[in-house]
Design a protein around this ligand. Structure first.
Ligand code: PXL
Length: 275
C-alpha cells in the first residue's frame, strides 16, 4: 500500500541564475533542505558573463509564459505561502501582481531585488518603481539588503545599527509588512547584523561575520528559509531567527568555483564542515 504525503508547499516566483548560487536554484535547494515541497515559476534567466567581469546577462521570460506557469501551479495546489525573488521588468511585475491578487495568501515573502548588475539603468528604475508600487503593498514579509533598505526607506546612508532600525521602521510603516533589514557584511563590526521589526517587536539578530565579502545566494536563501519556516507554522520572529542560523551555516560551508565570489551551500547546516 502506498499513501500520499502532505508536506507544506512553497512557491518561489524567481529568476534562474545559471551557476546555481542564487535565484530559483537557491530557493528550491533551501525548500528541499528545510522540508517543504518546492515549486518555481521562472521570471527570467540570468547568465553571468565570464568574458565581461561576470556581469549579468538578463533575459526575461515572456509574460504570457509566466502567467501560464502560475496558472498551472495555482490550479494544481491550494497555496498559502509564496516567495518573490527577482522579477526584472515592469511587464513581469504586472503579471505577478495579478496572480498574487487572484487568491488569498497567508505569507507573501518579498526579497525586493531592485537592481541586477548589467541591466540598463533606465529600465531598472522603472522596474524598481513598479516593484514598490505593485508588489511591496502585497507583501507580508520583506527582506531588503543594505542598498534596498536605503532605497525603500528613502535614506541616503545606513551606517549603524540605529540607522538600520530606522530603515526597518520606515519600511514597515510604508508597507505594513514584517521587515528583516539586512546589514550583512556592509555595517562595520565583527557581526553580521540584521534588524527584525513587525510593528511591535524590534530585534537585532547577530551572527559573527564569516569573512568580509558577500557570498552569492545569501539573500535568496535567507528569504527562502523564512518562507519555508513560515509555511511550516513558525512565527515571523522564529522564522527570521532560524533562517539567519541556516544562512550562517551555509556561508560557513560555502562553495568556491572559478567565479570571483563563493556561493552559499544550503546543505551546510545539515552536513557541517566538509572533511
Ligand atoms: O541575489 C539576487 C539574485 C536573484 N535572482 C537572480 C539572480 C540574483 C543575483 O545574481 O541572478 C536570478
Amino acid at each position: 500500500m502506498s499513501s500520499t504525503t502532505h508536506p507544506p508547499v512553497t512557491l518561489t516566483i524567481a529568476g534562474s541564475e545559471a551557476t546555481g548560487g542564487a535565484g530559483a536554484q537557491a530557493d528550491l535547494k533551501t525548500f528541499q533542505e528545510l522540508g517543504t515541497y518546492g515549486i518555481t515559476a521562472l521570471t527570467c534567466i540570468v547568465s553571468f558573463d565570464p568574458k565581461d567581469n561576470w556581469n549579468h546577462r538578463f533575459v526575461p521570460v515572456d509574460p504570457q509564459v509566466i502567467a501560464d506557469q502560475l496558472e498551472a501551479i495555482q490550479t494544481a495546489y491550494d497555496l498559502g505561502t509564496v516567495k518573490i525573488g527577482m522579477l526584472g521588468t515592469p511587464a513581469t511585475i504586472d503579471t505577478v501582481a495579478k496572480a498574487l491578487q487572484s487568491q488569498h495568501w497567508t505569507n507573501i515573502v518579498l526579497d525586493p531585488v531592485l537592481i541586477c548588475k548589467g541591466q540598463e539603468p533606465g529600465a531598472a528604475l522603472d522596474t524598481d518603481q513598479a516593484l514598490k508600487a505593485q508588489i511591496l503593498p502585497l507583501a507580508t514579509f520583506v527582506t531588503p539588503n543594505h542598498f534596498e533598505s536605503m532605497s525603500l526607506a528613502g535614506m541616503d546612508a545606513i551606517e549603524s545599527v540605529d540607522d538600520l532600525k530606522e530603515a526597518a521602521k520606515r519600511i514597515h510603516e510604508a508597507s505594513g509588512a514584517v521587515v528583516l533589514a539586512k546589514g550583512g557584511v556592509r555595517l562595520e563590526g565583527d557581526d553580521a547584523v540584521d534588524v527584525f521589526y513587525d510593528g511591535e517587536t524590534m530585534e537585532v539578530l547577530r551572527a559573527p561575520k564569516v569573512g568580509d565579502v558577500a557570498v552569492s545566494g545569501a539573500g535568496c536563501t535567507l528569504a527562502a528559509a523564512i518562507t519555508a519556516e513560515l509555511a511550516k507554522g513558525a512565527t515571523p520572529l522564529e522564522a527570521a531567527r532560524s533562517a539567519k542560523a541556516f544562512v550562517t551555516e551555509g556561508i560557513r560551508n560555502r562553495v568556491s568555483s572559478n567565479t570571483p565570489f563563493d556561493a552559499l551551500w544550503q546543505g551546510g547546516a545539515a552536513s557541517g564542515p566538509a572533511l
